[in-house]
Design a protein around this ligand. Structure first.
Ligand code: PSU
Ligand code: MN
Length: 306
């Protein structure tokens, strides 16, 4: 574990890491920016419980008072959920400023991977990742998440990426940077709300044991980057292609019309899609996060046995 003077590892997490026990990291932007209060807090606490029920220790990651937290208390999760969009969405470029100022930050996939790695945690569960935005050939809007996947050895379990992104370009970027994209029980890249996207993953993997062995091999090979596990939303909660794609097109049109750019783009699009599809998309979103937490915990358990 790389000791860091800004890092606070929760005692239960530190003990598990030191003992080679399974731990799963969780991000906090999904709490503050990804869902409304109080569903965000309820979901975050349920996700932690699912990880425990599957034999691993949860570590919700955030920046509080300039401290990098690997493991948040129930009160800290409640605080992040109540604060919502008032908390800074913290990517790699925000870390130094937030730490120097003693400020709060909700961690994205990028900063969650960074802090997880500092704390010795190898597996991380979330909903969706950032990627190459549609129109990136002119805006150059490419999420720092992809760069982090290229350089930090953490396995990220997600439900694919939303088609608010250009999924084809996102896969190309990951290929260029040597990040394996694994489909859990599928050859097709899932698109978050739907199980299909029309794009192929690099490899289909069918068991947590095999996921763990692939990650283990990567570490033993000394490869520097992470990997992406894409786990399709359970059939029962998957949404209609037409409905979701229409909402996404409308959200992108609204973002362009309102001149939304930079770090505001992703939260704006996510909120707009939710507004246009009503409660259905929130319910699907919650269920796919539960599903990813389960798989990440099972994989962490398998990894701890290697
Ligand atoms: N995509 C989702 N849900 C999310 C995010 C992305 O479907 O909650 C969040 C994650 O925290 C992700 C971040 O790391 O947005 C990416 O933001 P940006 O595109 O600004 O890099
Ligand atoms: Mn961006």
């Amino acid at each position: 574990m790389a000791l860091n003077k800004y890092l606070d590892v929760a005692p239960e997490v530190a003990q598990a890491v030191a003992g080679g026990k399974p731990v799963v990291a969780l991000e906090s932007t999904i709490i503050s920016h990804g869902m409304p209060y109080p569903q965000n807090v309820e979901t975050a606490l349920q996700v932690e419980q699912i990880i425990r029920d599957n034999g691993a220790v949860p570590a919700t990651i955030a920046i509080l008072g300039g401290r990098l937290k690997a493991g948040c208390t129930r009160e800290e999760i409640e605080y992040l959920g109540r604060q919502g969009q008032a908390v800074t969405k913290a990517s790699r470029r925000d870390l130094a400023v937030l730490c120097a100022r003693g400020a709060d930050g909700a961690t994205t996939v990028t900063t969650t991977m960074m802090i997880a790695h500092m704390a010795g945690i190898q597996i991380f569960a979330t909903g969706g990742i950032g990627g190459v935005h549609r129109g990136a050939e002119t805006t150059m809007d490419i999420s720092a998440d992809l760069e982090e996947l290229a350089s930090t050895p953490v396995m990220v379990v997600c439900a694919g990426a939303k088609s608010i992104l250009d999924l084809g370009l996102t896969l190309e970027y990951l290929e260029t940077h040597g990040v394996p994209v694994l489909g859990y029980g599928t050859k097709e890249l899932p698109a978050f709300y739907t199980r299909k996207s029309g794009f192929e993953v690099d490899y289909q993997v069918d068991t947590p044991d095999e996921l763990a062995s692939i990650f283990h091999a990567s570490r033993e090979l000394g490869l520097k980057g992470g990997m992406l596990v894409t786990n399709p939303i359970p059939e029962a909660y998957s949404m209609d292609h037409e409905v979701i794609n229409r909402a996404i097109d409308e959200a992108i049109a609204a973002a362009n019309a309102q001149g939304i750019h930079g770090k505001a783009t992703t939260p704006f699009l996510l909120a707009k899609v939710k507004e246009l599809t009503g409660g259905d998309s929130l319910d699907s979103n919650i269920q796919l996060v539960f599903n990813n937490a389960r798989l990440a915990a099972q994989t962490a358990c398998a990894l701890a046995r290697l």
